[in-house]
Design a protein around this ligand. Structure first.
Ligand SMILES: [Zn+2]
Ligand SMILES: [Zn+2]
Length: 157
């Protein structure tokens, strides 16, 4: 159901803006626009399809976060993310992209990860790309599809 924000006039459907008001004092700017989510989802598909790390980097906020503060390999910038991904590729880790979905929190990518030692088999990983102001501001990994889907559906406040 599409609702109109009574304050500013944005059209909002389940926490995603489908039309943006012309109000300088827009009170819905914390909600992603459908257009931005679709653009980022397409960017993720292209970047993974072509293993284009620079292309992926261009979707990220400059101060993008990946990993908790106490994680040894935490990322706090685009360069951190690119070097982490490059390191994984160099170690022979490969990932193929399953479905990519959008929701109020951002973009969810299903990754099927294969280690360099293929005898370890594949592993399903779900990456939530949290979107703020049209860029990916945080990468949150989930091993459970249900947990990832719940996080994707959470409406930013
Ligand atoms: Zn607005
Ligand atoms: Zn509003």
């Amino acid at each position: 159901m599409v609702t109109t924000c009574a304050e500013c006039g944005c059209l909002v459907e389940r926490g995603v803006r489908v039309a943006v008001c012309a109000d300088d004092a827009c009170c819905c700017s914390h909600l992603s626009t459908r257009e931005a989510l679709e653009r980022l989802a397409e960017g993720v598909r292209m970047a993974f399809g072509e293993t284009d790390l620079e292309g992926f980097s261009s979707l990220l906020a400059p101060d993008v976060r990946w990993g908790d503060d106490d994680a040894p390999n935490r990322c706090r910038s685009r360069d951190d993310v690119v070097s982490t991904l490059r390191g994984a590729l160099e170690r022979g880790v490969s990932g193929s992209l399953g479905e990519v979905e959008t929701g109020p929190a951002g973009v969810l990518a299903h990754l099927v990860v294969t280690r360099s030692d293929a005898s370890e088999g594949t592993r399903d990983l779900f990456h939530l790309y949290v979107v703020r102001e049209g860029r990916i501001s945080e990468i949150v990994p989930y091993s459970s599809r249900a947990d990832a889907a719940a996080a994707l559906a959470a409406i930013p406040t």
